[in-house]
Design a protein around this ligand. Structure first.
Ligand code: OGA
Ligand code: MN
Length: 212
């Protein structure tokens, strides 16, 4: 068999993962509508709706030994996926396929993935921040996946993305539509979550370099 053919045509990688990989290579980010199979998206939404609100906890901001909940910076609550429920397993398997596809083409060395459900109650927000700082973190690639059926334009709650630290105007404002996925290089894009008029649900996840 021709070695070149073997390297360039991987029949096992579905087109959506190729698409995301190429967009990350070219632009550093990607926004995909109807990302997961419709039944997986629906099952995740159903599963998440059944989780009691009290299981979602306020996020600590700061170093591990000085954890505190700073509601002036972010006011969402969250719950880590543990992969026990089938819907979570399907989601994590999809992300595993993405990890493998990206590692085949790019040299990010993605190793592990961690993700949490996030709930933004009405008027909640997450001020402008970067998920990783160059050299300080092993977070390489961020995923944000939205679980909000029938989100209307005037519901707010957009993810605003900035091209770099200096820019004050967002180059993308992304509504948190059901089954929409945003993927971006964690070190490259400052971003913020704008307040919404109604409950806003997402799964935020990070591909990381090492095991921790
Ligand atoms: C985060 C985050 C964005 C969103 O959790 O770090 O930036 O749109 N989330 O929910
Ligand atoms: Mn973030």
């Amino acid at each position: 068999m021709n070695i070149h053919l073997m390297l360039c045509c991987n029949m096992l990688t579905p087109p959506i993962f190729e698409h995301i990989t190429q967009a990350i290579a070219q632009n550093g980010y990607c926004i995909i509508d109807n990302a997961l199979p419709a039944n997986t998206a629906q099952a995740l939404h159903q599963h998440m709706s059944n989780i009691p609100a009290k299981d979602f906890k306020g996020m600590g901001v700061g170093r591990a030994n000085e954890l505190h909940v700073d509601q002036t910076y972010r006011s969402d609550t969250s719950l880590w996926l543990d992969g026990i429920h089938t819907a979570e397993q399907n989601y994590l398997q999809w992300m595993e396929q993405l990890r493998l596809a990206i590692n085949q083409r790019l040299f990010l060395g993605l190793f592990t993935y961690e993700a949490h459900f996030a709930h933004y109650a009405p008027q909640s927000f997450y001020k402008r921040h970067t998920d990783a700082f160059q050299g300080l973190s092993n977070r390489k690639l961020t995923t944000v996946y939205y679980l909000n059926p029938n989100w209307a334009t005037d519901d707010g709650g957009e993810l605003a993305m900035y091209a770099d630290e200096k820019s004050s105007n967002a180059f993308q404002t992304v509504a948190p539509q059901m089954n929409r996925l945003v993927v971006f290089l964690s070190e490259s894009f400052p971003h913020e979550v704008l307040p919404a008029h109604k409950d806003r649900y997402s799964i935020a996840g990070w591909f990381k370099l090492g095991k921790h």
